[in-house]
Design a protein around this ligand. Structure first.
Ligand SMILES: C[S@@+](CC[C@H](N)C(=O)[O-])C[C@H]1O[C@@H](n2cnc3c(N)ncnc32)[C@H](O)[C@@H]1O
Length: 389
């Protein structure tokens, strides 16, 4: 299985370095972190592994080629020169999508049809087909992305976006994308032995992603990927990747994760989502308003995406909530608090400047991730009877 491929893990703005770290943690070395993507070269078995394991990437794309294109002729000839037959089977279905930014070739529909025509010609010749290509087989979504006259030709290996883990049976009004929720957890240094609370949990995304991380469960374990049907990836690569994920999962890891929300309907949805994620009742769900939060243990973590106060009439209530949160947490200095919000006055309302801030986009909303590092208290080691000595 030594076929080399170049893969592109696409990333939301602000998450590139986190995706890069995940790619490196999977053992890939030749990793370049760029705007909106992480590019790496690896053995073909990286396609199943990256799709199964990357928690914060949007998709994994296979790079077929990249070249300068300032005319349609050039786009056609360069596309036709690429080895499409290595990837797309004779009966493969391959729609072409496109985008163009700051480039001479700005008509996206024209670029799409030229690329389609060039691939058809190439495949007919290489597969020895004289009539039509049937396109009844496996699915390959080709993309032509032109940026400043450089064309990037890729095939999407993921299918639906990687945020679709397969567990979301219900959602509230403003659910966080699963990939973003995982990133929020990953930038903390929470480990599964510590308490974890999301007091504005909504449909439970952050708490569920924390539980998957805590038990080292591969986020893609319960879904399918477009490239599972591709001939050029040996079935063994998929079997090995799923087996590796099964072995790596630590279902015995106890977790102390609580998700609470003022809305009882959302708590029901969160419970159902956690069930669907295979987490059973590992997470404690509570209908509770944030002001009733009373951390009982030390060294815990709050990771949350509260309302931002952007809606009419909501601002004052939200600002009071931020003040309340600050005053509750002042009495728990060993806790670390991580809050994602677009409200620029957050630190003032919370009553303390953040230890660290990170700019992130929650969809199209510009947000900051306010991070307060707790002063951890040394805990006494437990004896083997399970109580403190
Ligand atoms: C932005 S949403 C969180 C979405 C969540 N991260 C998800 O993925 O579904 C904010 C949540 O805060 C909850 N909320 C609003 N006021 C609250 C309060 N005073 N106490 C607790 N929860 C509250 C809302 O019901 C809503 O579910």
């Amino acid at each position: 299985m030594s076929k080399k491929v170049t893969l592109i893990a696409t990333a939301a703005m602000g998450l590139e370095a986190i995706v890069g770290n995940e790619v490196k943690a999977l053992g890939y070395e030749d990793v370049q972190v760029e705007n909106g993507r992480v590019v790496f070269s690896a053995d073909v078995s990286a396609i199943p592994r990256a799709n199964l394991w990357l928690r914060t990437a949007d998709r994994v794309k296979l790079l077929v080629g990249k070249f300068k294109a300032t005319s349609f002729d050039q786009l056609f000839e360069e596309t036709k020169a690429l080895p499409w037959e290595k990837y797309i089977s004779e009966d493969g279905e391959f729609p072409v999508i496109g985008k163009s930014v700051k480039s001479k070739l700005y008509s996206v529909p024209d670029c799409q049809s030229i690329v389609k025509k060039a691939i058809v010609e190439r495949l007919k010749k290489k597969h020895g087909v004289t009539s039509w290509l049937k396109e009844t087989g496996a699915f390959y979504r080709v993309e032509v992305a032109i940026h400043k006259d450089e064309a990037l030709l890729t095939i999407d290996t993921s299918g639906s976006g990687l945020h679709k883990r397969g567990y979301r049976v219900g959602q509230g009004e403003a659910p966080l994308k699963e990939t973003m929720a995982a990133a929020l957890v990953q930038v903390t240094n929470w480990d599964a032995d510590k308490p974890f609370v999301d007091p504005f949990c909504g449909s439970g995304t952050i708490a569920i992603e924390a539980a998957l991380i805590g038990q080292n469960i591969a986020p893609g374990f319960n879904r399918e990927f477009a490239s599972e049907g591709w001939d050029f990836i040996p079935q063994k690569a998929w079997d090995d990747a799923f087996e590796e994920a099964e072995e790596a999962a630590n279902y015995d890891q106890p977790l102390n994760i609580v998700g609470s929300d003022i809305d009882p309907q959302l708590i029901d949805i969160a419970k159902k989502n956690a069930m669907e994620a295979g987490l059973g009742d590992l997470i404690t769900w509570k209908q509770m308003q944030m002001s009733d939060l009373k951390p009982k243990e030390d060294n815990g973590y709050i990771v949350s995406n509260p309302p931002y106060g952007e809606r009419m009439g909501e601002r004052e209530e939200v600002e009071n909530m931020y003040r309340d949160l600050g005053s509750i947490m002042r009495d728990h200095p060993s806790w670390s608090v991580y809050i994602l919000t677009s409200h620029e006055g957050f630190e003032k309302l919370y009553g303390k400047p953040a230890t660290k801030r990170r700019k992130l986009f929650n969809g199209f909303i510009k947000t900051d991730y306010y991070q307060y590092f707790g002063k951890q208290i040394k805990q006494k080691p437990k004896n083997n009877k399970g109580f403190n000595v």
